[in-house]
Write a protein that binds this ligand. Structure first.
Ligand code: NAP
Length: 143
């Protein structure tokens, strides 16, 4: 074991530049993977499924909206900030003009807004295949 350790130290000492280069490349690869974010590997056919998702204009909801729209789903999402939401719709339509994506205003803290959202969903589709209740609060401490 000691012999192996000494050989490893000698190798590093005599190949300093190469070791640094390999380390730097590994760090860059790890950073690239980290900042690329998660990748959806699910291969289930979701084409034409109707998905309703709350909070689709940022964070996890936004990524979910984009992923499901790319998979051929009809995605309907709700959130409060209209400008931010319309920007999400515009961005996805710019990538795929045929994608089925709709935004309706929704404030989950307002019962009337929830009812209006539901009515608008009912106007555009007969059934909802997938409901994703994404918007909400994740509290780690009791408030
Ligand atoms: N990120 C994490 O590490 C993590 C970990 C565990 C659980 N979660 C849970 O995962 C969900 C999404 O997290 P996130 O980090 O992606 O959050 P986020 O980036 O803050 O997004 C929250 C989304 O919900 C919408 N929203 C907030 N209040 C709303 C309301 N009253 N009515 C309608 N829409 C509302 C926001 O849009 P508007 O502001 O425009 O309404 C936004 O689109 C949350 O339920 C969170 O608790 C997240």
């Amino acid at each position: 074991m000691e012999e192996f350790k000494n050989k490893a130290i000698d190798f590093v000492k005599s190949n300093k530049k190469a070791v640094i280069a390999v380390g730097a490349l590994a760090t860059l690869a790890a950073l690239k993977l980290h900042f690329r974010g998660g990748v959806c590997r699910a291969d289930k056919n979701l084409e034409k499924k109707v998905v309703v998702i709350t909070g689709g204009n940022s964070g996890i909801g936004k990524v979910t909206v984009e992923t499901l729209a790319k998979k051929g789903c009809t995605v309907i999402f709700g959130a409060r900030d209209e400008a931010k939401s319309e920007a999400v719709v515009k961005r996805i339509r710019a990538i795929d003009p045929d994608c089925q994506i709709l935004y309706f205003p929704l404030d989950l803290a307002d019962k009337r807004s929830i009812e209006e959202f539901s009515e608008r969903v009912k106007e555009v589709c007969d059934c909802v295949n997938i409901l994703i209740n994404n918007a909400g609060v994740y509290a780690t401490e009791r408030r």
